[in-house]
Ligand binder design. Structure first.
Ligand SMILES: Cc1cc2nc3c(=O)[nH]c(=O)nc-3n(C[C@H](O)[C@H](O)[C@H](O)COP(=O)(O)O)c2cc1C
Length: 376
């Protein structure tokens, strides 16, 4: 079955994955108002078609933090990806190389940081959670530096993991126990279950069994302002702070010499009443000025959504759930189809609004009525 868009990927993944796994990936916190709002906020933004313009050839290539990418979008860091497919991390890494895009590797990844760096040395960015014991976190930073990673993404929007009711109902946890309900769920999804039986249950690979344990519910609030300053001093390469939705926080982060801010509300997985990331983006752009590097995610589902985020002030855009759904739905081929579709729609979207070079996207591409409003 062919994947033409994010919605296809999600629909097929829902059929192929056990409910417990699909729910973990799809779910948001609370009543999932924040999660859904991320997407509906994109739908409200309109772009202005322009006519009779020369739009060939179109260039999607862009530079972000001195790295050149073929497209202005990439894969957001997600923990436990191999839970949807035993080779998910590897598939995503190979795809990131093929399409010359960045790949976020989570602290809670199910593959070793060393392996992922081998698979995608130019694309892999390491995402850091500051978990106790702090010694393990600092050792992980060292390990990542020694591997050769050049970009570190510190996630700060998860001081404590929020409840997700779907996970509570389904019994999802990092080391989930298999009761009758889960057994039936797995038995009715035999293709996924057989693959997992063969490969073994994925776990947080960078937390050795005989060392520091990965405790998903431990406070991550050790990531405070003092820690950020310390990390800035000891990390010599690109440092990005992920999970910012406040323009005053953004200004303070910028002043600390952080290389880029990643506007995100974690896909609505942390605070149900959070503003949509795309709604807050123009304010943050205004607060940090026109030249400061901004990246965003949360609710991006299509090529036109990517275009909208760039128009509203992002320099780069990431996607989370659609990528995992595409891998679950069709493995490497599924992810390739999703990415080709996103590229195609981004390119035709550019043609429609008269844009030849993606780096020229800006508030001028909003509808003429919207431009009257002080958006950016
Ligand atoms: C299954 C799953 C696991 C995630 N794990 C992490 C993580 O380990 N670290 C992190 O910074 N963000 C994590 N995120 C958040 C994503 O990086 C990203 O911010 C979010 O998925 C973007 O929203 P979208 O799914 O609507 O594209 C996770 C998201 C999902 C769906």
């Amino acid at each position: 079955m062919k994947i033409h868009c994010s919605e296809d990927a999600q629909r097929i993944a829902e059929r192929r994955l056990p409910n417990i796994i699909f729910g973990f990936v799809e779910g948001g916190t609370g009543r999932e108002v924040g999660m859904n709002h991320n997407m509906s906020a994109f739908d409200k933004i309109k772009l202005q078609p322009r006519v009779l313009k020369n739009i060939d050839p179109r260039v999607m290539r862009t530079t972000f933090l001195n790295q050149s990418f073929d497209v202005p979008f990439g894969i957001a860091p997600m923990g436990m990806c191999n839970i949807v497919h035993p080779n998910a991390d590897r598939i995503m890494a190979k795809s990131a190389v093929k399409h010359k895009m960045p790949l976020g590797l989570s602290t809670a990844a199910s593959s070793l940081v060393e392996d992922v760096y081998q698979w995608a040395p130019e694309s892999a960015w390491f995402q850091l959670y500051v978990l106790p014991p702090i010694e393990h976190t600092m050792a992980l930073v060292d390990r990542v530096k020694n591997c050769g990673y050049k970009t570190l993404v510190l996630t700060v929007d998860t001081p404590q993991v929020s409840r997700r009711v779907r996970d509570l109902r389904s019994g999802f946890s990092v080391d989930f126990k298999i009761g009758l309900r889960q057994f039936i769920d797995f038995a009715t999804h035999p293709a996924w279950s057989l693959r997992m039986l063969k490969a073994g249950r994925p776990g947080p690979a960078n937390f050795p069994k005989d060392g520091a344990q990965f405790d998903r519910n431990a406070s991550r609030a050790l990531a405070n302002w003092a820690f950020l300053e310390k990390l800035r001093d000891l990390w010599p390469h690109n440092l990005i702070v992920k999970g910012v939705t406040s323009f005053s926080d953004a200004q303070r982060i910028q002043k600390l010499g952080i290389n880029a801010i990643y506007v995100s509300n974690h896909g609505g997985r942390q605070l149900d009443s959070v503003p949509a990331a795309i709604d807050i983006l123009p304010q943050i752009r205004r607060a940090v000025g026109p030249d400061y590097p901004l990246i965003m995610d949360s609710g991006v589902r299509s090529g036109e959504d990517i275009l909208k985020a760039l128009v509203l002030g992002a320099n780069f855009v990431m996607l989370g759930r659609p990528v995992l759904f595409a891998v679950a739905a069709g493995g490497a081929h599924g992810l390739d189809s999703l990415i080709e579709g996103l590229k195609y729609d981004l390119s035709t979207g550019m043609a429609q609004i008269g844009l030849k070079d993606i780096t020229d996207a800006g508030p001028n591409n909003l509808t003429e009525t919207d431009m009257i409003l002080p958006h950016v």
